[in-house]
Structure formats: C-alpha cells, structure tokens
Design a binder for this molecule. Structure first.
Ligand SMILES: NC(=O)c1ccc[n+]([C@@H]2O[C@H](COP(=O)([O-])OP(=O)(O)OC[C@H]3O[C@@H](n4cnc5c(N)ncnc54)[C@H](O)[C@@H]3O)[C@@H](O)[C@H]2O)c1
Length: 352
C-alpha cells in the first residue's frame, strides 16, 4: 500500500509549526479544543472541522455532510486532510481522504491510547452501516503519523483501560514478554501515563510485523480478530457503554472459555490467562434478554461466511487458530456458563 512514517514526537506543536500550510484541512475531535487551548490558534477557523467522537460520526450520512463542508471550503486534489483525535476521527478522515477526488493525502495525530498503540498503523478505514459496526471501508494509509504521548494525560481512566485491552490482544497474539509486566503495573499505568511508551512501542512492533506480511487482512492478520468477534457483539448490545478495548478483553476471555469447552485449551492455560484478563474486564451485566440479543448479533458478524460463526479461538498465548463453529444451542449454553460462572462479578450478579 506504500510506505508511511510513524514519528514519536515530544511536542506536536513543533510539527504543526514546521509542516502545516494552507493545504491542511483539519478534522478534529471537538472535545480537544476545550482541553488544549492552543488549538484555537493552531487550527485556522476556515479549514477546521470539529466533530464529535462517537459511532454516529462514522456513517455515510456524516461523511457526506463533512465532504459538503470541505468542498464548500475549497478543498483541492493537492490538499492534505489532517486527523486530530482517536479512532473515530481517524476512520472518518481516512475514509473521506480515500474517496475525495479519488484519493488525497492524509496525516494523523492520534490522541487516544487505542489510536496510538493500534489503529494508527494498518491502513484500515471503517464506516458503520445500518447499526452494524465497521461494515464499510477500505485500506488507505496516512502519509505520516505523529505520536505525542502528552495527549494521554487528559484521557479518562476508561479510555486508558480501552487502550490496554487492545494492546493486551496484540501481546497475547505474540506471546509477548510484555504481557505480565503490563498487567502487574496496571494501576500504575493508569496513573502514570508516561510509563506507557514502551508498551505502545511493543504493541506497534507486533502489529507492524503482521501488517507488513498481510496488510489486506487475507491471511494471518485475521488472527488479530482474536477477542473482536465476541467483543464487538458486547459493544453493540451494551449500546457502546462498554469501551472497545474492554469489550475485546471480554471477547478474548470468552474465546478462551469456548476453546476450553471445545477441548482446544487446557484448564491450566485458561486459568493463567483468565488471571491476567480479569484485571481489565468491563463491569457490565449481560442478562438473559441481552444474551438473546448477543447471540443474534454474533450471527450477523461481518466475518461469517456461512451460518456458522467465524472466530479466532486459542490453544494458549501465542497459539491462535481461526475456526468456524456452529451458532447453535451448544454455543449458547457455553456462553451462558461463561457469563454465570466466570464473567459475572459477584456484586453485579447479586441482584439478578
Ligand atoms: N481503523 C482502524 O484500524 C481501527 C482500529 C481499531 C479501532 N478502530 C475504531 O476506533 C474507534 C475507537 O477509537 P478510540 O478508542 O480512539 O475512541 P474515540 O475516537 O471514540 O475517542 C474516545 C473518547 O476519547 C476522547 N478523546 C480523544 N482524545 C482525547 C484526549 N487526548 N483527551 C481526552 N479525551 C480524548 C474522545 O472525545 C472520545 O470521547 C472505534 O470506532 C473503532 O472501531 C479503528
């Protein structure tokens, strides 16, 4: 797809002063303006487009609205779209950049942990359609990514937990030696965010090693769906109350439990992974009604190629396998057992 550069920078403002010019049209998370007052001067009012970072922004309707505004502001084929924000801002900006005038340059300043440790590389653009997440999209990399860790200071605890969940999934794919230390330092990392730098690097190293072989997600990159099939369904059923990376943590734990029940994973392996994963599980109660909804959502997962569920299961850390499993009563019972015996935190389930 072509090379692009990722730069760790001490202060994004220096890059901005050095590189920005009248060709830059900036799509920014509207929340950032209140948190970073300097943006008022950095973003020229006639070329700034402030958008809310929510799933409704990642739609064709919203893209159409933004494209209209960009054209009205005289964007040209040689203009540069600049995304300033997390994964939502990235997805909508990259998608627009990929189709406007058959493709224009875009650059990315990721401001969430998830975007810095994961989505900023890999070239995917994603748009939600009719309530289904990331159903449309293509591959369209930025020309440059500028990573300034100071943006992490203003993130909520939940957003740090979300990023950690996504990093954990790369670590478990790779059986990384960073897994134990990251989870042992969990509380500290939430407080002292500058300590996240090496963990971000490790996450990007793993993702890069796979994307370089299979950028278009035709073979081994599929394994990064570990935790995602079961996680996306939880995000949807919870109406996005559960953040992405914590939903992925739930998804990995559930995938491991299914692997255990299907005889792929040993009890010992499951327990040792569960001890790590439970540190980052979301506090969310999935009751019987929601379970029916959950099963229906799994049935509509975009990766399914038949009436079976296509998902990634595991024999252990670093030993992932792609499987198709029947979406039947047996699967529902296994998921029910997981929810009742493993996931369900006592205080949440007490009132059930
Ligand atoms: N394209 C890809 O490869 C890819 C990969 C993974 C996830 N995604 C997508 O990314 C999205 C999730 O991204 P995300 O987790 O970055 O969330 P996000 O962009 O929705 O941001 C999360 C929250 O953090 C706020 N925020 C952003 N930067 C901030 C900062 N520096 N300080 C304080 N608050 C800040 C936002 O306003 C928002 O409320 C999902 O839609 C997911 O599908 C895309």
């Amino acid at each position: 797809m072509g090379d692009y550069q990722l730069h760790f920078v001490d202060d994004y403002r220096q890059v901005w002063h050095r590189e920005s010019d009248a060709r830059w049209f900036i799509i920014a998370d509207e929340k950032l303006l209140g948190l970073y007052p300097e943006l008022e001067d950095l973003l020229p009012p006639e070329r700034r487009f402030l958008v809310p970072a929510c799933e409704e922004t990642k739609t064709l309707e919203y893209a159409q609205l933004l494209i209209g505004q960009l054209i009205a502001a005289s964007i040209r084929k040689n203009s540069v779209l600049v995304a300033l924000g997390g994964g939502v801002i990235q997805d909508i900006t990259a998608f627009i950049a990929s189709i406007l005038f058959r493709g224009i340059e875009w650059r990315f300043f990721p401001t969430t942990l998830l975007a810095q440790a994961d989505s900023c590389i890999g070239s995917k653009t994603s748009i939600n359609f009719q309530g289904y997440k990331n159903l449309l999209g293509n591959f369209y990399p930025p020309s440059n990514v500028y990573l300034d860790l100071r943006f992490l200071q203003t993130l909520s605890k939940k957003e740090i937990q979300s990023g950690i969940g996504e990093m954990l999934h790369f670590y478990l794919y790779d059986n990384s030696v960073f897994t134990g230390p990251m989870m042992e330092q969990y509380d500290r990392l939430i407080e002292e965010r500058n300590l996240l730098k090496n963990y971000i690097r490790e996450s990007l190293r793993i993702k890069k090693s796979v994307v370089e072989i299979d950028e278009r997600d035709q073979s081994i990159r599929n394994l990064f769906n570990y935790g995602h099939t079961f996680g996306h369904a939880l995000e949807k059923v919870s109406h996005y109350e559960v953040v992405h990376g914590q939903a992925v943590t739930f998804g990995m734990d559930l995938a491991n439990y299914i692997s255990l029940r299907l005889g792929l994973m040993s009890e010992k392996e499951f327990d040792s992974l569960h001890r790590l994963l439970k540190i980052n599980l979301p506090e969310y109660l999935l009751d019987q009604t929601a379970l029916t909804d959950y099963m229906q959502t799994l049935a509509k997962d975009k990766k399914n190629v038949s009436c079976n569920l296509t998902c990634i299961l595991a024999a252990g850390s670093g030993r992932l396998v792609k499987k198709e499993i029947p979406l039947d009563d047996r699967l529902r019972k296994i998921i029910e057992m997981y929810l009742n015996q493993i996931f369900c935190p006592t205080d949440l389930c007490a009132g059930q």
